[in-house]
Design a protein around this ligand. Structure first.
Ligand code: FES
Length: 293
């Protein structure tokens, strides 16, 4: 789809020398959100979770990752798969209510079609004249680096490798201390900026920030880390998934109990003036919406 006018106008401002004055529609217009879904979310590399979530063959979990729902599965020999959670029969989610589990097959609750954990349709048996590639759930690129599961669009292996090289090596043998989710009534760009600027909400003391695409980042210290996933739902609704990771058994440095209160309270009182959206951030956003222009 074409770029909405508010985005085009931002590009024009960037070509000039003046102050950047973003149109508030960038935070509220469903057309802008639709363009972002097509141009940013669908093309992004994502850090999804820690590998311990798929500790054994046969494990799976469901994961919201705008603009789609994914199924992460592990088959024989520790092979991981990232599958689109949309049944090829009639387009309903294959896994709807449960978040994770262990199974030999995933059974779509609507009409009972069954899939192997690598995405192949195993029931019903359809005509052998149908291209087998059409008889499976679409898949995405997936890999694990330093304990973190990364997913990207098909063919994004090189981009994933580039991102993944930044993960601290100690996270390979780490454990997950806690997973939490928050709903916000903010646009994803505001949420991202707020999270990126607020490592103190998650970790005491200095932390390195590693970004993995526009929708995931890790704050890391020598023995603790927090993986943050930003899940845009609508123009003015964004979820945040927080995965707290600790070295070894996670017994040192217990997590601050006030995290959830602090995060939510500060998200809702964060600066609404958009003054943070200066030239550097505008340039970053423009490079995602109109790469090469
Ligand atoms: S939509 Fe899945 S079996 Fe019909």
């Amino acid at each position: 789809m074409d770029l909405p006018l508010s985005v085009v106008e931002l590009g024009a401002q960037l070509r000039g020398e003046g102050k950047i004055s973003p149109d508030p529609a960038l935070w509220s217009d469903p057309q802008v959100f639709a363009a972002e879904r097509e141009r940013i979310f669908q093309r992004s590399v994502l850090a999804i979770d820690h590998q311990t979530r798929l500790a054994e063959d046969g494990r799976w979990f469901r994961c919201d990752a705008a603009p789609r729902s994914l199924l992460l599965t592990r088959t024989t020999g520790g092979r991981l798969h990232a599958l689109r959670n949309v049944c090829i029969h009639a387009g309903y989610p294959v896994c709807d209510s449960e978040e994770e589990g262990e199974a030999e097959r995933l059974v779509c609750p609507y009409h009972g079609w069954e899939y192997a954990l690598d995405g192949r349709l195993v029931e019903p048996e359809l005509s052998s004249r149908i291209d087998p590639a059409r008889l499976r759930l679409p898949s995405y690129s997936v890999c694990v680096r330093s304990g973190v599961i990364f997913v990207g669009p098909s063919g994004a292996d090189e981009a994933i490798e580039q991102c993944a090289s930044a993960v601290p090596a100690w996270m390979t043998a780490a454990t997950v201390a806690r997973r939490t989710r928050y709903n916000t009534d903010r646009n994803w760009k505001s949420v991202r900026y707020f999270l990126q600027s607020s490592p103190q909400l998650f970790l005491d003391g200095p932390a390195d920030c590693h970004e993995f695409g526009p929708l995931s980042l890790v704050f890391a210290q020598p023995q603790r880390a927090v993986l943050l996933r930003i899940v845009p739902k609508f123009a003015e609704q964004t979820d945040v998934h927080v995965i707290e990771i600790a070295d070894g058994d996670g017994s040192h440095n217990p997590q601050p109990s006030s995290l959830s209160d602090g995060l939510i309270a500060q998200l809702h009182t964060a600066d609404n003036s958009l003054s943070w959206f200066g030239r550097d951030i505008a340039r970053w956003y423009w490079s995602l919406m109109a790469p090469g222009e």
